[in-house]
Design a protein around this ligand. Structure first.
Ligand code: SAH
Length: 227
């Protein structure tokens, strides 16, 4: 379905099916060990899911965990809805939204007494290929409960990005819990220590334009050394 839809819209640069199995499906499944301890009924959110990665392959193999896939592009959500329908997946929903807006949604009380919030609701947030850690932390951390995890699928530059994200993680009350080497790359794991301050996420586009602790591209940072 991914390869087929990719002829109509831009979901992946990979056009060859064998390569897509390795670099997309298998790569998504490398997160299984990090999700293995979730209890039945736990909830996971995939931010910037695009063509459904890593969310869809994981939802197929973990039918007792609830998956929410979020993407800012309407066409991609329409594609994901077709996949969910076509595969008959009952544990997945796809939402067309920007993470900056959904991440401040504290929900309303439903008739049966639950609160259908997105903020501070999920056990795990994950993201692959959406941006650097400092920016992505601001888009993902607000969604998880205190004690919850963020899993970021990363490549070679994981450590460099982490070093640049120190201030962002501090502001978001989040620790680097570890980096796990996988057969296809590495997964950076963050753990939320306390509730996310109300200031985050900032408004649409701001986390990318001016990542926490890094600032705008080309903007000279004050060095504090009198120069
Ligand atoms: N996770 C997929 C797609 C990566 S491309 C994969 O690994 O293949 C990045 C995706 O993130 C795009 O589909 C884009 O629409 C989405 N995105 C970027 N910024 C976003 C934001 N602020 N909120 C929601 N989705 C966003």
């Amino acid at each position: 379905m991914l390869m087929h839809a990719n002829t109509r819209m831009n979901l992946t640069a990979i056009r060859e099916e064998g390569e897509a199995w390795d670099k997309h499906i298998f790569d998504a499944l490398t997160l299984i060990p990090m999700l293995a301890e979730l209890e039945d009924g736990a909830s996971v959110i995939d931010i910037g899911s695009g063509g459904g990665l890593p969310g869809i392959p994981l939802a197929i193999v973990m039918p007792k965990v609830w998956f929410t896939l979020v993407d800012a592009t309407k066409k991609k959500i329409e594609y994901l809805d077709q996949v969910i329908d076509g595969l008959g997946l009952k544990n997945v929903r796809a939402i067309n939204a920007r993470a900056e807006q959904l991440g401040v949604d504290r929900g309303k009380r439903t008739p049966d007494g639950r609160v259908d919030a997105h903020r501070e609701h999920y056990d795990i947030a994950m993201a692959r290929g959406v941006g650097q850690i400092a920016m992505l932390a601001e888009l993902t951390v607000p969604f998880i409960k205190v004690g919850g995890l963020v899993l970021m699928t990363k490549g070679q530059r994981a450590q460099e990005e982490l070093d640049a994200a120190k201030a962002a993680l501090h502001l978001l009350h989040t620790n680097h819990a570890g980096t796990i080497e996988t057969p296809t790359g590495r997964v950076v794991v963050l753990e939320k220590q306390r509730k996310t301050p109300r200031d985050y996420p900032r408004r649409d586009g701001e986390p990318k334009r001016s990542p926490l602790g890094i600032g705008k591209k080309g903007e000279k940072k004050a060095m504090g050394n009198g120069q």
